[in-house]
Design a protein around this ligand. Sequence first.
Ligand SMILES: [Fe+2]
Length: 383
Amino acid sequence: MIPFDFQPRTRIVFGSDKIDTLGQLAGELGARRALVVSDPEIIAAGHTERGVAALSAAGIDTFLFDGVHENPTTDDVDAGLKMAQRHDPELIVGLGGGSSMDCAKGINFLYTNGGSMKDYWGVGKALRELLPMIAVPTTAGTGSETQSFALISDAKTHVKMACGDKKASFRIALLDPKLTITQPHNITAVTGIDALAHALETYVTKPRNPVSLAFSREAWLLLAENFETVLENPQDLSARAGMQMGACFAGLAIENSMLGAAHALANPLTTHYNIVHGQAIGIMLPHVIRFNSVPCGTWYHDLLEMSSVTSNVAGTDSSAERLAQFVNGLVTKAGLPLRLTQCGVSEQQLSALARDAATQWTGSFNPRQVNHAELLELYQQAM
Ligand SMILES: [Fe+2]
């Protein structure tokens, strides 16, 4: 019997054109002034304007912070904080991809609890309640909408700080699949691989439990069955909806069972080589699946059997090998690199990267223990 402590904190509202209900939902949370955190691409796509219009129609004064960058830094959070201090919001809306949602959480930490982002690095560091927040994701990837971590990079050192606190959970995740249709191909690709990795890593971590497994399974089914379709036919709303729900459920799985070695290996690649998170994950995940095959072979087998997309993949290879090959195939179809050498990583740097990877908290949840030697070998296999 595996014990668990399931604390659902986020109401999930799903449906086409649900963005137009943002004002009504914000009103239900009692807000009269809202800070909307978004980024220039999402604003250019028109989604932010629609959200702001819905808030205004409900009589809510809205202030837009448009200074979010990819992999948001402490500078982004500080700029957003200044805006919050000027306008005294009662609600924060993160409208965009993981960067906008994480930046919204970061601003909220500092606005309500003071200090700097470093003070919230780790888990449960906020002493006071945060302002209520609504997430409106426009990508299907991070799952930030349903988990309580904000990934904020130190603007000077580029170190990614995972700042987690149940109080930083969004009160509402507003999922409108139509908003995800405007994603450019490369964003669909890197965010989709990331979401898939969330489903696969959470399914085998040490803290896996009946609650996390339910979300990992459903996320895996939705993502495995819809990823190719959204790559080939980005306008397919039903496939986009599947990806969006899959990413959201994978976020709930992360919240309940954490992540594993693929994320420990990917973070240093982003820090030191500026490799996009989903790209780094796509390169490392197949190697981690093979590495985990000894304790997790039957679990990988269950996943392959479960999905109609993978149950027919015949072959005499082990389940881990077949699953790794399936992921490799998707990475290739997504047009992403399979090798670190394609991203400019040099052999001489691998030992330092492995040292950094060994300090990543997320690696401690991997089903098979990873220290410097194992992580170095995984990097070498990916060259
Ligand atoms: Fe990720």
